[in-house]
Design a protein around this ligand. Structure first.
Ligand code: PMV
Length: 334
């Protein structure tokens, strides 16, 4: 057992997980498909402690350590409990974590954060070589369903088949090398969203349109799988945009409603439509937040990034893209 550091990337969902059968264990109402990113990452160092309690720290960019909120500490310790129970261990841990992108702003920081925590803890317990399906299942126990996808690289579906606790894990549909797809993220809000995705999952079934969404999904999932297999952006783009609007339509029509969009979101959506009219391949998607991921091909990336960065509503852009998943060759945070 040793100190272990893992960096794990965020992912962007093409088909969204929205609504859960069991929220605490992240058992979803519907399958989702995502692309694992490469630039937006969480780093996590975990070390076995000679003590009776876990220590959780936020590692600041200046090398100092900050105190996280008690809600965050509770979620981390809960996941450490899940991993202890799985490993039959009574160890306690010192944990430090850091995101290199805005947290809780709809950029999947819980996906990257909880997958990094899960993998680093398993490393500290000497169990890092656990099979990928089991890693995904364990990451899911954190309550962040999208973390189940971030432990894998490339294009990922979760769950692919089963809906039991054991079979509810993600699988890779294709490696990142299969398709060099880019994600230009237009950051219009850096503050934390006011309604968590946990709350959103809970409210989703109260939307009168939720049943219709579930009806439409099998056809959409099939089309996204086929578009990924064929590496066909013209086929994927319209579906991923339709799917993003659907997620927000459900959120806005839930009781009580949730409005994740900001004026900046609308400005970017309009700009993306204009870019398409000019012949560029660009389609937009948003997770549970205001920031917009513009999925595009490498040939259009520079132009799209420049145009989006020039919009008054956009603070800055992050140029991301399909990546290989978590990385264990990462310097320790302490
Ligand atoms: O993993 P959670 O519980 O934070 O939920 C993720 C929800 C969305 O980001 C909106 C969709 C998704 O599939 O990533």
């Amino acid at each position: 057992m040793s100190k272990t550091t893992v960096s794990a990337p965020a992912n962007i969902a093409f088909i969204k997980y929205w609504g859960a059968r069991d929220l605490d264990r992240a058992m979803p109402m519907n399958p989702s498909i995502s692309m694992t990113l490469t630039e937006c990452v969480s780093h996590c160092t975990v070390e076995v402690l000679d003590g009776e309690h876990d220590e959780v720290w936020l590692s600041e960019p200046d090398g100092n350590f900050g105190q996280p909120t008690s809600a965050f500490v509770r979620r981390v310790v809960q996941q450490l409990d899940n991993l202890r129970a799985w490993a039959g261990s009574r160890e306690h841990f010192r944990v430090a974590t850091r995101n290199n992108f805005p947290s809780s702003a709809g950029l999947a920081s819980s996906a990257s954060g909880f997958s990094a925590l899960t993998l680093a803890t398993l490393g500290a317990l000497g169990k890092r070589n656990t099979p990928p399906e089991e890693l995904s299942r364990l990451a899911r126990l954190s309550g962040s369903g999208s973390a189940a996808r971030s432990v894998l690289g490339g294009y990922v579906e979760w769950p692919a088949g089963g809906t039991t606790q054991e079979s509810c894990h993600a699988v890779q549909l294709a490696p990142a090398s299969h398709w060099d797809l880019r994600d230009v993220i237009a950051v219009v809000e850096i503050g934390a969203k006011t309604v968590s995705s946990r709350e959103g999952h809970q409210r989703a079934p109260t939307s009168p349109y939720y049943g219709k969404r579930l009806e439409l999904l099998p056809r959409r999932l099939e089309a996204v799988r086929a578009a990924i297999e064929a590496a066909d952006l013209a086929r994927l783009g319209p579906i991923l945009e339709e799917e993003a609007v659907d997620l927000h339509l459900i959120a806005m029509s839930s009781h009580p409603p949730i409005f994740y969009w900001s004026p900046g979101t609308i400005a970017v959506l309009r700009a993306v439509r204009e870019l398409r009219q000019e012949g560029l391949h660009a389609w937009a998607t948003m997770d549970a937040g205001a920031n917009v991921h513009v999925i595009c091909d490498p040939e259009s990336e520079d132009e799209i990034a420049d145009r989006l960065a020039a919009l008054p509503a956009v603070g800055y852009v992050i140029r991301d893209g399909a990546g290989d998943g978590p990385d264990d060759e990462t310097p320790h945070l302490f």
